[in-house]
Design a binder for this molecule. Structure first.
Ligand code: FES
Ligand code: FES
Length: 185
């Protein structure tokens, strides 16, 4: 069985298929960002992205993710270690205190901003309300997500212009051709 974790293909040994995936990531792949906290799917500390959707993995097994595309917090920063703009916004806004909730919070916010890069503050609040933070009082986290939103707006514009430039030119109608001939003549 294969997993795709942070852009790398991982061959999962048969013996690990029934292991809980949070333990597989932490112990076998040394990806310790996802935390095992409540163990009942209630706090969000174990959140990763699976095909861009936030998933709480503390009650899931490795085999549940066969062939899926997984992003952990370790895969969000650039290869040279430069923080992603959303991570940097968490730092800048003081949205990290003990840091226990942070990987799950950042990935939940990342998935949200990919879908909604122009959120209202209320939408941000609702997007993260199921991720628990014991330290910050949430305001700095909401500030950070708002601060990072322009990055996602630029990404969205980049994707739109890339897809527009790939579109084949519209076929000219016979009327267009006739007009062009008139203008050329
Ligand atoms: S550890 Fe998974 S939701 Fe709390
Ligand atoms: S920063 Fe400590 S739980 Fe959120």
């Amino acid at each position: 069985m294969k997993l795709f974790v942070n852009g790398k293909e991982i061959d999962v040994p048969a013996a690990a298929m029934d292991k809980r995936i949070v333990e597989f990531l932490r112990e076998d792949l040394d990806l310790t960002g996802a935390k095992n906290a409540c163990d009942i799917g209630a706090c969000g500390a174990c959140t990763i992205l699976v095909n861009d959707e936030p998933i709480r993995i503390c009650i899931k097994r490795v085999k549940d993710f066969a062939g899926q595309r997984i992003l952990t917090i370790e895969g969000l920063a650039a290869a040279d270690g430069t923080l992603h703009p959303l991570q940097q916004a968490f730092v800048d806004c003081g949205a990290i205190q003990c840091g226990f909730c942070t990987p799950g919070m950042v990935l939940t916010a990342h998935a949200f901003l990919l879908k909604n890069p122009r959120p209202t503050r209320e939408q941000v609040r609702r997007a993260i309300f199921q991720n628990l933070c014991r330290c910050t009082g949430y305001q700095q986290i909401i500030d950070a997500i708002e601060q990072a939103a322009p990055h996602y707006q630029r990404e969205e514009r980049g994707l739109q212009s890339a897809s527009a430039s790939k579109k084949p030119a519209a076929k000219k109608s016979s009327k267009d051709t006739a007009l062009a001939n008139v203008e050329a003549g």
